[in-house]
Design a protein around this ligand. Sequence first.
Ligand SMILES: *Cc1c(COP(=O)(O)O)cnc(C)c1O
Length: 371
Amino acid sequence: MTDRAPNAIHLVDLTRQYAAIKGEIDAAIQQTLNRGTFASNQSVAAFEEEFAQYCGVKHCVCVNSGTSALHLAMIASEVHAGDEVITVPFTFVATAWAISYVGARPIFVDIEPWGCNLDAEKLARAIGPKTRAVVPVHLYGQMADLEPIRELCEKNGLALIEDAAQAHGGEYKGQRAGGYGHIGCFSFYPTKNLGACGESGAITTNDEKIAERIRHLRDHAQTSKYRHEELGFNYRMDEMQGAILRVKLRYLEDWNAARSRIARYYINKLTETPLVLPSELPDRRHVWHLFVVRAPDRDKLRQELSKASIDAGLHYPIPLHLQPAYRHLGYRQGDFPTAEQIARECLSLPLYPELEESEINRVCDVVASSA
Ligand SMILES: *Cc1c(COP(=O)(O)O)cnc(C)c1O
């Protein structure tokens, strides 16, 4: 949000969302302040129940970020130092951080080009004797092809951990994100489809034992007052975020529907351009966290948009196997051609529920004349 031109179009503008529900958000914050029980877990526990129901799972345990959710998911899945965990090279880096935090090794498998998610056909070849878990990412709001992935996990006794940080409310064959694998990991980072006013995240699961373990781990692994059975963390979600998220959850379906309308509008207006457009795959409900097109001359298009005061994003410009932090893994340029090509061509256009038709038209006009 560097461009301050009065007619600038931002990738996301959270001031509009706040303006629309200000009364309820302010009341939730005020009520929390009045109560003074910031360490009580009251709103957090209520939100956990509501979000579990929303995702169609038995349990939700909130934590202080999506990264923490992934970290605790690794521990609860018994991933240990020296183990291998398979994930994609084309995601936000936190997916792989969690694997590294427990001393395990990320093994990357390329994505498929139509949905930019884990290529289930390539997954089979990457499973080896040290593999403990698979972490598909539901990138941009569309779920990965989980049925063949789950079959492979079951056959090989692997934990299936969904990185659902971009897919609140996304569906695959009638099942919502976070409920198809053993554990689902969510982020409520402010710009996600469901975002807090600060940091927070959650795990979802149908496994009572996993929920219980993560509930302990996030709170210093406390099993009863001042008794600690294992190494724990301070990963609790704060009460203020719980109160705010309870309000926002009631709007999530409307917001996701608005995102979907905007995405369809974009697709209709841009079909004649040479861009590769995103699409909703069969058996899925895409929740359009991001609207990412592919342009052969991406940098030029981005420049033209910038001249017109329109923000466009790169999700993501450097695949994880080429990140300096992961040099030690020994991957090279050319190892994952689909991820590398999409990293070069991807461009995220502005999309958020309150974006106006006149603004979308302006974006489309610039894209049509420069692509
Ligand atoms: C946002 C995100 C995360 C990390 O969530 P934080 O709340 O920022 O820690 C992990 N994975 C993916 C795919 C994300 O988009």
